[in-house]
Ligand binder design. Sequence first.
Ligand code: BES
Ligand code: ZN
Ligand code: MN
Length: 501
Amino acid sequence: MTSYSLRSSSPAKTRADAVVVGVVATSSGPRLCDAADDVTQAYGRRLRAFLSTMGVTGKAGESVKAPTRDEVNAPLLVFVGLGDDAADPVAVRRAAGVAARSVPNAASVALALPADTPELVAAVVEGHRLGGYTFTAYKSAKAETTEPTDVVVLTSIARRAEAVAALEKAEILADAVALTRDWVNTPPMDCTPPLLADLVTSAHKAVTKGRGAPKVKLEVFDHEQLEEMGCGGILSVGNSSASPSRLVKLTWAPKDAVAHLALVGKGVTFDSGGLTIKPSSSMVNMKGDMAGAASVVAATLAIARLGLPVKVTTFAPMAENMVSATSTRPGDVITMHNGSTVEIANTDAEGRMLLGDALSLAVLEEPDVVIDIATLTGHMQLALGDKVGAVMGTDDQVPAVLAAGESAGEQHWPMPIPEEMKERITSSKVADLLQHDWVRWGGGLYASAFLREFTGGLRWAHLDIAGKEMNLGGPYGHVPSGATGFGVTTLVELARSLSEG
Ligand code: BES
Ligand code: ZN
Ligand code: MN
């Protein structure tokens, strides 16, 4: 485990194995950021030529290593690009993430990046921890790279309580994102609904054990209990699998709560499509279809660790969507938790069946706001790509999600729920609702209209993060290849904004 600390000492004098230095791209060439002033001085007039020879420009994503002689105490300098705005937390987080991957084998690292506000301190820590994230549990050849034991963030405000608090907060957030990534990266054979519920149970234990630890209530409902509760939607998906379904409920109810937030996350531990089977190429990454569930659980634990004065009630329905003799058929009619009936048209539109039940349960808790998050439709992946999430919901809640994403450094974009959708979702000839219709266009909007039926008219937003849960390309900024943890920081930020009324 890496330990992070703040220090106000100068980067040139720091005795670390490597010192990371932020470089700003200006119209007159690269310049070291203010935090690295004494490195600039140590090199003096030679700096310009030195940077130029090594091809350092300061552009975002860039990283160049240079051994030192006696200019500074550390034997290695790592120049990372900040782009042209050195005070932008998003740019700083990205640079810190790049830095984490650029120094693969140093025991101690000092970071001279813009960090003279609490917000920037948090960006440095979050970026470094998340950019250095690896998932090696299934690799037999153990790590060629080792994470540093000590990372020192060089900052002029090292002694200020706000800076220390920002560091602690950033570590809690990074823990939550890393936890989500671990679960999403885990092979589906080791992440069936019962096993995922076990993972949640251990994570919950780790957060709530010991004196002074936050109190979070955990309930895990099994298949029989789901039957008693009337969760026909969850069971209609999970009935196809040899692994029974689960529903995890977490409650964080601090005495000083000023608002009540309900979180709901899709936990399809593997999505084969069911009888409406997916083509093989679309099935490849469907272990990530539980990312919504992972993110609401991780966010809830983080909110509790942060001690935010918001009550949070979280539901994570978990089921595996498989092909078997007991699979739900197109044409079947399912009775949902709220009593409404749904005609199944496509067993690959399974997420809404889990979410419908869980939203209905969430509404019974009488929260002020309901947020659901799900890898719900390929339509939203097609529309917005792999980095921007879709948000739909009530007009009074969607802007709050967009604002939270903005502060958290995640991009979300509003999508509409057109009026015609109401008619389409109620167009079944045999049941109250039609789960899916064969109009190819706007499937993500149809899904949102379907979910809305289960939200009881409360303030609500639906985050469709399909395609955002996994980065299928190479690493960038604080995002590694594989599971991303997208959405977690937005959820925590949303709770924080609710706590401020
Ligand atoms: N889990 C998928 C959505 C998905 C797609 C997640 C790509 C991550 C990446 C979801 O259950 C699904 O199969 N959706 C269908 C919806 C359709 C049947 C209305 C889809 O995307 O085609
Ligand atoms: Zn799915
Ligand atoms: Mn599906």
